[in-house]
Design a protein around this ligand. Sequence first.
Ligand code: ADP
Ligand code: MG
Length: 280
Amino acid sequence: MQKPVLKISELRANVEDKEILKGVNLEIKGGEVHAIMGPNGTGKSTLSSTIMGHPKYKVTSGNVTLNHEDVLSMSVDERARAGLFLAMQYPAEVPGVTNSDFLRTAMQTRMEEGKDVPLFKFIRELDKNVEKLEMRQDLPHRYLNEGFSGGEKKRNEILQMLMLKPKIAILDEIDSGLDVDALRIVGQAVNSMRSENFGCLLITHYQRLLDHIKPDFVHIMMKGRIVKSGGPELIERIDREGYDWIKQELGIEDERVIVEDEKRKVVSIGTCATKEMLDL
Ligand code: ADP
Ligand code: MG
């Protein structure tokens, strides 16, 4: 099997005509775990959705390739079949579709034409992974994410990853809403996937997930760009000192100050503080 390489070059993307990604460069190879950290609203989820092909995010320039194949010209399902996987920050609830039907269909679409996912093997693997993630046994028969707690939804995303065995997985804030035990379990599951055939992009706000999954590379994203890359030493410093030192080092304005000013302006002219005005 060819070692996967996801390459993102000078990627720019808009949401509702507002530029969010402003030239992102990143290369993830099989065997590597990359972490992206950064303040809220800097475009981390936009990056993951854009790579996966969410229609709301419009690429204006740049490239994304997986083993030299143009990802941006693929439909979402083609991207998934090519081996990309996104564990979403806010997984959707899909009443009427059971978890196991969903998983089996997703796996089926990745098979060659005329071949089926063997039912017995599927069930055995599903059971094994449900146990590994310490999820409730009734879970395969419940509707996808319906009534799941925040932590159950996140584990369910990881279950999908274990079953689908992607080449490159993007995990968007998989740690939010997880307690200490769940963090450990999710960490172990991701670590169990580590191999030359699997690359991982972890998007996270906190260092705590990175105690369990040691990244090889750490990138800091601010205002739609990766402004700094390094090794795990960056995590400790961010944990200790936040992001201010990076802003100072790179001469980036403090977003919060601008936001506060905007709020005052908005309030003083008597309009509602619209989301757009606050999202700088
Ligand atoms: P992060 O994940 O780093 O917190 P996001 O990528 O979610 O940041 O958001 C970056 C910016 O893009 C924010 O200003 C956010 O409001 C805006 N944005 C992201 N997704 C949407 C969307 N679907 N509709 C409108 N605005 C969006
Ligand atoms: Mg996000």
